[in-house]
Design a protein around this ligand. Structure first.
Ligand SMILES: [Zn+2]
Length: 264
């Protein structure tokens, strides 16, 4: 029992896979706080192990199954699977792929699954109700205070957070940021469009915020703009990040009975 992280209603809660099962290979995984992921030294933190991917018991049945699973996730999974199949193909690829998809469903899936992170976290600041309305009402237009960038992520480590503040040091003021990264794609949510926190080198789901829920477009996927594996979660000379308790890095768990190299 508890409060659903998407709709805010109290009732029995169900387990949500983040990212959804159809978008990612569901295996035994080890979850650590993102600080362990970014640290060169052993932090001594014991990993939490899940037998079948990352999941949170934080959504009501309706939000989890009807809204995400049977609706938005279908468009989201299709988009991710198409990118993955291009990346795995032996074909010579163009610098920019175009993938047919429904941006207003894909972005609702991203936001919905990020909302699912962490128990009893319905509240998301002053935009809580507004974001809920956008997620549960398919006729609502995309919130004008969000940017949702995406890029190709050809790496296996997953990174998930919805409670970080990023500061570009030359600007001084922080931005609230959410992130979901897994093979083959990363989604980076920036709240309130603070000045200086725009990344025009990446496609932005806000560009298609005016579209209807079932409108298809050719979504660009830039194969010529791929940031390094730890961007943006690792700090660098120009940026610092402060993480809350829930921010996590996720590895596939190595199998115990793997044969030694060279064994027949
Ligand atoms: Zn709900």
């Amino acid at each position: 029992m508890g409060v659903c992280n998407i709709c805010g209603e109290e009732g029995p809660l169900t387990e949500d896979h983040t990212p959804p099962k159809g978008a990612v290979r569901v295996t035994q995984v080890e979850m650590r706080h993102i600080k362990s992921l970014l640290s060169a030294e052993e932090t001594g933190e014991k990993a939490r192990v899940s037998q079948n991917g990352v999941k949170f018991r934080t959504l009501c049945k309706r939000c989890n199954n009807s809204l995400l699973g049977a609706n938005y996730d279908i468009a989201f999974n299709d988009f991710c699977q198409k990118i993955a199949s291009y990346l795995k193909s032996p074909l010579v690829l163009p610098e920019i792929l175009h993938i047919t998809g429904k941006p207003q469903k894909i972005v609702r899936s991203v936001l919905g699954h990020l909302c699912a992170m962490g128990v009893n976290r319905y509240k998301k600041g002053p935009n809580t109700e507004d974001l809920r309305n956008y997620l549960i009402d398919q006729t609502e237009t995309f919130p004008d205070y969000l940017d949702v960038y995406y890029w190709v992520y050809p790496y296996q480590t997953q990174v998930l957070f919805r409670d970080a503040a990023m500061t570009i040091l030359s600007l001084g003021h922080p931005a609230s940021v959410w992130l979901m990264k897994f093979f083959p794609v990363a989604f980076f949510v920036i709240w309130d469009k603070p000045h200086g926190y725009q990344y025009p080198q990446f496609p932005n789901m806000a560009t298609w915020g005016h579209l209807g829920i079932d409108d298809d477009i050719e979504l660009p996927v830039h194969l010529n703009v791929v940031p390094h594996e730890r961007w943006p979660e690792a700090p660098d000379d120009g940026r610092i990040l402060v993480y809350g308790q829930q921010a996590m890095g996720v590895h596939e768990k190595a199998k115990k009975n793997n044969k030694l190299p060279g064994a027949k």
